[in-house]
Design a protein around this ligand. Structure first.
Ligand SMILES: CC(C)(COP(=O)(O)OP(=O)(O)OC[C@H]1O[C@@H](n2cnc3c(N)ncnc32)[C@H](O)[C@@H]1OP(=O)(O)O)[C@@H](O)C(=O)NCCC(=O)NCCS
Length: 295
């Protein structure tokens, strides 16, 4: 008999996710692949609810066969679904059991949930269709290693200072109106591990920016946002910003790999990423579903 368990041990959850998420056939874009990284996120940096309240596990004969949870963003009314991760012959059956129990745990303020399976993860792709999720976009995850990084000259790139904050916030909103993080939140969170670089013209007007985050504890870095004003494109500003961002991240001794996520049809950006040494690691589909809690 398959049993569902609420408030599971986070080490069990993290071990199960780390085991399945390294395989493209069971990969989900939101979650890490290394046990240490997953457990750290679950314990310290997991949405607006404690992870133990947001996860369920399915067991059979005392063995874990499935895990699913949600990472809630209460302010935006959205949650990212971590899973479903299932290691059992009838994946769909266990996925639906986990889903139905999990959905009852999601607070009413959450109106939309998203799934982010790798396209090769046929089981979760089928699950999304069975549950009538809307397919929102195709996304690519690219990685660049210290060895493949091809640096280019970037003398024009500056560290963003307070005089540029308001134009940065405007440009960020203009280029990424639905971003998971707003410009003011990026500014408030700036630290030695997260930075914004910019390029300005002779009148000190901001022409482009790049926001990067370092995670030296786990040897990783990411380019989170990167854009140039429409009139300033095709002049090499994007390439300079990207090179500077990678240089900054790879200056952390432990960081060997930098990751980013981009829409799969953004050929221009992908060409640029590849020219500096990135390669495509995952092709994923973002799905969303509005929850009707009245049913
Ligand atoms: C992606 C983006 C950041 C690129 O910025 P950019 O400043 O135009 O980038 P570059 O100028 O370095 O390179 C773009 C092209 O211009 C060419 N180029 C660079 N310098 C040039 C010059 N002096 N003269 C002519 N062409 C030039 C590059 O070879 C490249 O050509 P390609 O598209 O044929 O490969 C920009 O298009 C953008 O802001 N897009 C919207 C936001 C976005 O998609 N962000 C990335 C995803 S998060």
């Amino acid at each position: 008999m398959i049993t569902l368990q609420h408030h599971p041990k986070l080490t069990d959850v993290a071990a199960f996710i780390a085991r399945l998420n390294g395989n493209s056939e069971t990969h989900i874009g939101y979650c890490g692949k290394k046990f240490d990284e997953v457990i750290d996120t679950l314990k310290k940096d997991f949405g607006d609810l404690p992870a133990r309240d947001a996860f369920l596990i399915a067991t059979k004969s005392d063995h874990i066969i499935g895990v699913c949870g949600f990472d809630a963003d209460i302010e935006r009314g959205k949650a990212e679904i971590w899973g479903p991760f299932v290691d059992y012959e009838d994946v769909l059956q266990v996925s639906i059991m986990l889903w139905e129990a999990m959905i009852r745990k999601i607070p009413d303020v959450i109106h939309t949930v998203s799934l982010f399976p790798e396209d090769n993860n046929k089981k979760v792709m089928t699950f999304a269709n069975e549950l009538s999720f809307d397919s929102i976009s195709k996304e690519s995850v690219l990685t660049c290693s210290k060895e493949t990084f091809r640096r280019i000259t970037n003398d024009s790139v500056i560290n963003l200072s307070s005089e540029h904050y308001s134009s940065f916030m405007k440009l960020h909103e203009q280029l990424f109106p639905n971003a998971y993080i707003k410009g003011n939140e990026i500014i408030e969170g700036l630290s030695e591990k997260s930075t914004v670089f910019g390029v300005v013209d002779q009148h000190n007007k901001l022409l482009g920016y790049l926001y990067a985050e370092a995670d030296p504890e786990f040897g990783e870095g990411s380019i989170e946002f990167f854009g140039v004003t429409p009139l300033s494109r095709n002049k090499g500003i994007g390439a300079s910003l990207l090179s500077k961002g990678l240089e900054w991240l790879f200056a952390f001794p432990s960081i060997e790999e930098v990751t980013l996520c981009v829409r799969a049809d953004n050929n221009k950006a992908i060409r640029l990423y590849k020219s500096l040494g990135f390669t495509i690691e995952h092709q994923l589909t973002l799905f969303e579903k509005r929850l009707d809690k009245s049913k």
